[in-house]
Design a protein around this ligand. Sequence first.
Ligand code: ZN
Length: 459
Amino acid sequence: MELHLHFLGWLSSLPQPSRFPSSLFSEEEKRNRVQEEEEHEKKEKKMRFIVKACRNGRAREGVLHLGSCPTAIETPSLLLSTCKGLPFFITRDLLPSLPSPDSHLLQMSPLHFFECPSATTISNIGGLHQMVGLHEHCFVAAPRDSILGLPDFEGTNKLGASFETTGGRRLVKPAEYMKMISSLKPDLWASLADEVPAWVSEKRNQMSVDRTVRWLDDCIGINLAAGASVLGAIVGGSSLDERRRCAQEVLKRNVAGYWIGGFGLGESMEERPALLAAVTDLLPEERPRQICGLGLPEEVLQGVAAGIDLFESTYIYHLTLGGSALTFPLDGEERHGYDSLLSDIGSDRTKINLRATVYRKDTSPIVNGCCCYTCQNHTRAYLNHLLNVHEMLAHILLEIHNTYHYLGFFRSIRKAIKSGDFNLFHQRFIEGRRDHLTPVALCSGPCIGSSQESRLRWT
Ligand SMILES: [Zn+2]
């Protein structure tokens, strides 16, 4: 034994061969490689996900330790949608009024930065956290944001994914995408995906899976540090076989978690549970799963029931823009005679339309007992006035309340999973909404909610 240790000591004292021989790497390339490896090591230590409870079928409760956020974030969780790194209406100084750390997960799209500022400028500033001054928030980057960067499957080709943006159609190649990711330095990022709507042909669907897997390889190949923070994109449209094939291919790659795309693009509520389960049944338990395209409360519950951990909040944006405020009870109990009866067109049992004249003299807060900044300081009558005179403050105050309320909804979901009551919570919520959902479903066929909105946008 002593001789063996002596031999090992002698071996380690020998000069070690360089990992980057001068004949193959220039000084600058060596520096870049070392920097990438250091970042890789740092991120591996930073990102940690633990499933704490899984007592309700596939639904699970977990904690996510991520990057710069000092406290672990409990899942299922909501990612706040942003435009260039900040929520659409809430100003940076009002962000601390939202519950912490629940509100510390932000979703951004690299597409928002393709016009300006340039990747070099962002890199010189030190990345997105530095640029927007949010050092204790975590950014998750995704190619599609469902608001300003919708997938454009007709324009997508073998070179890259096409998106409809405010600046027109844009084809994004993996190399360009990775250049932006390297500059922005998000805590997690999803690989580029070829998302297609539910009604495309089988051949086009297969092609979208092939491309998505190839682009994942391209993205990982470009950035050596990618594996520690990449969410491998999984698509497959409305085909159970293609969904499984894509998941199996992504499973073979070194990824930190999974980004499930291709939802909210015309599939029906009825076919969604099987499509979700086809993917989540194959995924390892210990890695986080994010979904894109599910936003309505009942869609979130479908996702949670299938074992999804992270959701986007574009629903909040659409609500706020339309002047609506969330009012549904957070404990899952139905309130008979709930004040949706007072509401106007566009309201249902989950929200009220504050533009309605019925609120002109209403001196109560949006929701009695709500602790958000808006409900603590303002009345429905004031919000009604601000909306009717087109004051931007109306949207700021509404986004604060809607975000606060939806974060509370996620808290209730976690509580229900913890206590083993998630299935009952889910059932009660759907029963409470049935009266509203039935006429909508009868009018518009099987596609409802945000999927319906998506279909309208796609046609
Ligand atoms: Zn409120």
